[in-house]
Design a protein around this ligand. Structure first.
Ligand SMILES: [Zn+2]
Length: 599
């Protein structure tokens, strides 16, 4: 076959089991036909049944990987997923043929091996507690260790006060796994001293005993001692549980300096704080000053609430007796409202005063959710929540609500007169994801934003680039730039990336992201617009904790255009015709959104 094809095509420029060498000019330039296999590397070993091949040649040439013709993108990149492998050595041949009949052939060897079961762990290790923990009596301690399977294990904790048998988990086939665990309640008195958890394991009756200690210590606090903490950070965050905080959040509340709360436990770098009778949260230890013994636990109430407004905003103000944790959340289905949750607070409200300055706030109601958790519900008489935030002068707390912007009358574009804060993700020293053909995410983001700016301004909107040029302002600076000009929208543009463990073309598609419920419709309509450009679905993603989506004072969303890790997506994002189409689709979707929420 090879010879026949060679005769038909004329000259074979190169043949052999070589890869990785780029010959001649870079792909895309006119000149000699180049062909490079970028992955897998020659001699690559795998237990998978298939291989994934990525390569680069001159744009416009025809490429066959094995027996299959593959698409060559405008970057010269090409890929084939799911190339079947025989057990042992496989040779994958790649043939590139240009319009003149010039050919280059390269090949790569891939060795498929039988999967080897992972050897069981030979040493004993305590996985949990990994951090220093402080508990109150009666709270649960989880202990987990890994070691050789089939043993008999014990844990000693609370400085020797409890000795427990460990239970070993079994797999689906009923075999021991070497994963041992136990849970125990903290004893009903303070031990006064933090102690490690010691674990012992014996595999045979008279065999040797393995021993290990936890990295973290466990302390049991005196339940009768009251500890009060004060926030010493200007914008600390309280989380609902302990997890690795991705992108910062989600937070139950953001709190300013001076807010006080009762501390009831600790795990690693976080204090557990009591919010109400049944609710607790976690706050970083470094954001908290522990106050002297005898400091009172804050308790708050307010008797009055005033609803008024200025030129641009409605304002809901309550006096603040003590600085307590206050959380504000939005609800948009079926009706737009804001919840203002005051912790360490009881209902004393007898005076809700509505003044004519308020335009969008409806009738406020209060509800005691628990003994010490009071909620104000603020209904909004507008089709869209346009932004809100809390302000405090130390003596009172104000919920500030942005009113709907005035929209241009038809037939003018409703975009006319609106201000858009546009963020091209990354920039400067932050490249973002880098495509296989070397494309930097920061550059495709900037190109997409430039196109969007052009289209929006063409329809009468004004824009501000919160990441101008090839700079890298902090996320906080980007947020502040948008808040400062009182933008009507914040749109962040990024491009996604995924691992290639399951292929180069497997993960593709577009997605949009929002943080709060009232931004869902916006993200949904822009997503629909992007799908109209022929992308695969990657979804509308809610609760996304990208900090500008949490901290901007206007409706906000993020677009992950497509995947830099997919060579087909990468080529499309670089295409200026596509960039223009995308900008128009986003602008159309924004118009559609504005017509839906027009008052
Ligand atoms: Zn990004």
């Amino acid at each position: 076959m090879r010879c026949e094809a060679a005769l038909l095509a004329g000259a074979i420029l190169f043949y052999g089991s070589s890869c990785g060498q780029d010959q001649g000019k870079p792909a895309g330039a006119r000149g000699p036909l180049t062909l490079r296999i970028m992955a897998p590397s020659d001699g690559y070993q795998t237990v998978q049944e298939v291989a994934y091949l990525l390569g680069r040649t001159n744009p416009g040439v025809q490429v066959k990987v094995g027996d299959m013709a593959v698409e060559v993108y405008s970057t010269g990149g090409f890929a084939r997923d799911g190339i079947p492998l025989e057990m042992g050595e496989n040779t994958i041949e790649v043939v590139a043929t240009d319009a003149t009949g010039q050919r280059v052939i390269r090949s790569v060897r891939v060795i498929r091996k039988e999967p080897q079961p992972e050897p069981p762990p030979s040493v004993l290790r305590v996985v949990e507690p990994a951090d220093d923990i402080a508990l109150l009596p009666g709270e649960t301690l989880s202990i987990r260790a890994v070691g050789p399977p089939g043993g008999t294990g014990f844990a000693t904790c609370f400085g020797g006060e409890a000795k427990l048998a460990l239970t070993e988990a079994r797999n689906d086939r009923g075999e021991p796994t070497g994963s041992y665990s136990a849970t125990v309640k903290a004893p009903a008195r303070g031990s006064g001293k933090a102690a490690v958890v010691a674990v012992s394991l014996r595999r045979a009756k008279n065999g040797p005993t393995m021993e290990a200690k936890s990295k973290g210590t466990v302390d049991v606090w005196d339940p009768l001692a009251v500890q009060v903490g004060e926030c010493r950070d200007d914008r600390s965050g309280i989380t609902m549980g302990l997890h690795s905080v991705r992108l910062g959040g989600p937070y139950l509340a953001r709190i300013p300096r001076g807010v006080r709360f009762e501390i009831v436990g600790r795990q690693g770098g976080n204090y557990r704080i009591r919010l109400s009778r049944s609710r607790s949260g976690w706050i970083p230890v470094e954001d908290v000053a522990r106050l002297p013994e005898g400091t009172l636990v804050p308790h708050n109430y307010f008797t009055s609430c005033e609803i008024n407004g200025d030129e641009q905003h409605d304002r809901v103000t309550v006096p603040l007796l003590e600085k307590v944790v206050v959380a504000v959340t939005s609800e948009s289905e079926p009706l737009n409202k804001l919840y203002l949750d005051f912790f360490n607070t009881h209902d004393a409200l007898t005076w809700i005063s509505h003044k004519t300055g308020a335009r969008v706030v409806g009738t406020i109601t209060g509800e005691q959710m628990e003994d010490d958790w009071y909620r104000l519900t603020v209904p909004l008489k507008c089709k869209q929540i346009w932004g809100y935030w809390l302000e405090t002068d130390g003596k009172s707390l104000t919920l500030v609500i942005r009113r709907p912007p005035a929209l241009a009358a038809e037939p003018a574009s409703p975009l006319k007169g609106l201000m858009f804060a546009l963020e091209a993700g990354h920039g400067g020293s932050s490249d973002g994801a880098v495509g296989h053909m070397g494309t930097k995410e920061k550059d495709v983001n900037a190109a997409a934003v430039a196109a969007l700016k052009g289209v929006l301004e063409g329809r009468g909107a004004t824009t501000i680039l919160v990441r101008p040029g090839d700079t890298n302002p902090t996320l906080t600076a980007r947020v502040e730039a948008a808040n400062e000009v009182n933008a009507d929208f914040y749109v962040a543009v990024h491009a996604n990336a995924a691992g290639n463990g399951r292929g180069f073309l497997k993960v593709s598609g577009t997605s949009t992201y929002y943080r709060d419920k009232h931004c869902r419709l916006l993200a949904q309509l822009v997503y629909n617009g992007l799908l109209g450009l022929g992308w695969n679905e990657f979804g509308v993603v809610g609760n996304f904790a990208y900090s500008p989506l949490q901290n901007t004072k206007m409706p906000s969303m993020l677009i992950e255009q497509a995947f830099m890790s997919n060579p087909a997506d990468e080529a499309r994002l670089l295409d200026s015709t596509y960039q223009q189409q995308q900008a128009e689709a986003v602008a159309d979707s924004l118009e559609q959104f504005l017509r839906r929420v027009r008052e």
